[in-house]
Write a protein that binds this ligand. Structure first.
Ligand code: FAD
Ligand code: NAI
Length: 464
């Protein structure tokens, strides 16, 4: 019974999945500990992911607006100078405050932080450093790490991963980004804005796999216009580093003649893989699937009773908000409640300028599943975007042709990440495109473009 275990719940990993699970478990009255091997709480997201990347994106965006003449167009003349050290300082401050905030929340909620690496001994006990602890329930929330490119060594000087790319001490002259996904585009944008020439090499024939087709095409156009060069359908077969320079060997994805490309910085951003090394899953009777993930059922249970898993280590999108929601749900399930995450409605945002956001099905997938109606509205025709000189992008609403139920919403807009929340909420409530079209939206806001795209589903927007 309960008293034979040190804890009711032991969470392994204090990222957005793990720390949220631990706090919710404690709020529900469970004796909770969380093992984390990093010096600070918050996982990838707070330490080397979402937060520091957004700190650099925000600062570099303001710099770019000042330096590229966008502010001058509004009547603000500036003489711009980059102080990269201060920019890095404010990034570190943001991380410090937020990771410290989680430590405060652990204390406030009486979650015990076990410092060190956890490894299973059996299904109910783990070692954390040289400590042995037992728990009735164990939640695996160990997150993910960078996927290596075979034959390419990340030295964090010339060849960097996202962590190195957040901390570059100098603006590179030429940065080559391997992988046109979320990290490549966000961090490529940061250094492009600060003065680097950026080339993005993508294996597929278009950037941002998983996003809606129109959105991928339009994003590519916008990034090109901003000065990022793309080599699509291209693979990197070798990276040779010598004297602070890299020479990349490129080949067409389907094979063919090789070319070379020189760079003083190479960012490897070809995806992330689940963290299970050293966790000793076998001792608990668990194994990973072919993709290295821990498999779970709808309630986040693994196949071993009492062991649960959430976040980047399980199948599904590797996103902080998805991990957080799973953290809440798993704690509620452990407490005997009914924790639910609707995996059909997980928004996805790329925090570039403009932002690229979507929720639900892409038009391609929706059409595979049945008949659909699509409404589009360009940001150029949105009064607020136009007034702010933010003409790029559009909103797209995809609805079921018969029921009019909204199946997906996609947008490129400067505040697309904020706009997409209303689409997610509408879909969570089972909205039709008509429901959105007849909801009063404040004027003048970028969000009116969602209303107009919804009106366009049945062919009657006003402003275009
Ligand atoms: P993690 O955050 O990876 O946390 C897992 C923690 O477990 C780590 O701290 C690790 O040290 C610890 N750990 C692992 N093994 C053990 C062990 N055996 N013992 C003890 N501790 C262990 N997502 C978004 O939604 N929005 C964004 O803007 C965004 N930006 C990103 C930018 C970058 C550069 C990167 C790399 C990622 C970004 N992500 C973003 C993804 C996001 O960071 C992850 O989806 C999220 O952190 C996953 O949370 P998690 O709790 O599953 O794992
Ligand atoms: P990603 O999966 O988004 O993109 C990787 C890209 O690299 C893909 O376009 C893929 O086709 C390409 N690729 C793969 N192998 C390649 C090769 N050998 N050569 C050239 N291209 C290759 O992965 P990324 O950008 O590394 O990000 C990892 C994870 O972190 C993502 O799953 C994402 O969910 C998360 N993340 C989320 C952010 C956000 O929500 N704003 C920001 C940053 C990361």
């Amino acid at each position: 019974d309960e008293q034979q275990y040190d804890y009711d719940v032991l969470v392994i990993g204090a990222g957005p999945g793990g720390y949220v699970a631990a706090i919710r478990a404690a709020q529900l009255g469970l004796r909770t500990a969380c093992a984390e091997s990093r010096e600070t709480l918050g996982g990838t997201c707070l330490n080397v992911g979402c937060i520091p990347s957004k700190a650099m994106l925000h600062a570099s965006e303001l710099y770019d607006h000042a330096a590229n003449g966008a502010m001058a167009k509004l009547g603000i003349k500036t003489q711009v100078e980059l102080d990269l050290e201060t920019m890095h300082g404010q990034r570190r401050d943001a991380v410090k405050q937020l990771t410290g905030g989680i430590e405060y929340l652990f204390k406030k909620n009486k979650v015990t932080w076990l410092k060190g690496r956890a490894a299973f001994q059996d299904a109910h006990s783990v070692t954390v450093g040289d400590q042995r602890v037992t728990a009735r329930n164990i939640v695996i929330a160990t997150g993910s790490s960078v996927t290596a490119l075979p034959g390419v060594t990340i030295d964090q000087q010339v060849v960097v991963d996202s962590t190195g790319a957040l901390e570059l001490p100098r603006v590179p002259e030429h940065m080559v980004v391997i992988g046109g996904g979320v990290i490549g585009l966000e961090l490529g944008s940061v250094w492009r804005r600060l003065g680097a020439k950026v080339t993005c090499v993508e294996f597929l024939d278009q950037i941002l796999p998983g996003f809606d087709g129109d959105i991928r095409k339009e994003s590519n156009k916008i990034f090109k216009k901003q000065g990022i060069e793309f080599k699509l359908s291209t693979k990197v077969t070798n990276v040779a580093v010598e004297g602070g320079k890299a020479v990349l060997t490129l080949e067409p994805a389907q094979g063919g003649e090789a070319t070379t490309l020189e760079a003083d910085c190479v960012l490897v951003s070809i995806g992330r893989r689940p963290n299970t090394d050293g966790l000793n899953l076998e001792a608990a009777g668990l194994a990973t699937n072919q993709r290295g993930q821990v498999e779970i059922d709808h309630d986040f249970r693994t196949k071993v009773d009492g062991i649960w898993a959430i976040g980047d280590v399980v199948p599904g999108p590797m996103l902080a908000h998805k991990a957080e929601d799973e953290g809440i749900a798993v704690a509620e399930n452990i407490a005997g409640q009914h924790g639910i995450v609707n995996h059909d409605v997980i928004p996805s945002v790329v925090y570039t300028w403009p932002e690229i956001a979507g929720v639900g099905l892409t038009e391609e997938v929706a059409r595979e599943r049945g008949e659909v109606k699509v409404g589009k509205f360009p940001m150029m025709a949105n009064s607020r975007a136009k007034t702010n000189h933010e003409p790029d992008g559009f909103v797209k609403v995809i609805a079921d042709a018969k029921t009019d139920r909204v199946l997906g919403v996609w947008c490129i807009a400067t505040v697309g990440g904020t706009m997409i929340a209303q689409a997610a909420q509408a879909m969570e409530f089972g909205a039709t495109s008509e429901d959105i079209a007849y909801t009063c939206h404040a004027h003048p806001t970028h969000s009116e473009a969602i209303k107009e795209a919804a009106m366009a589903v049945t062919g009657k927007p006003i402003h275009i």
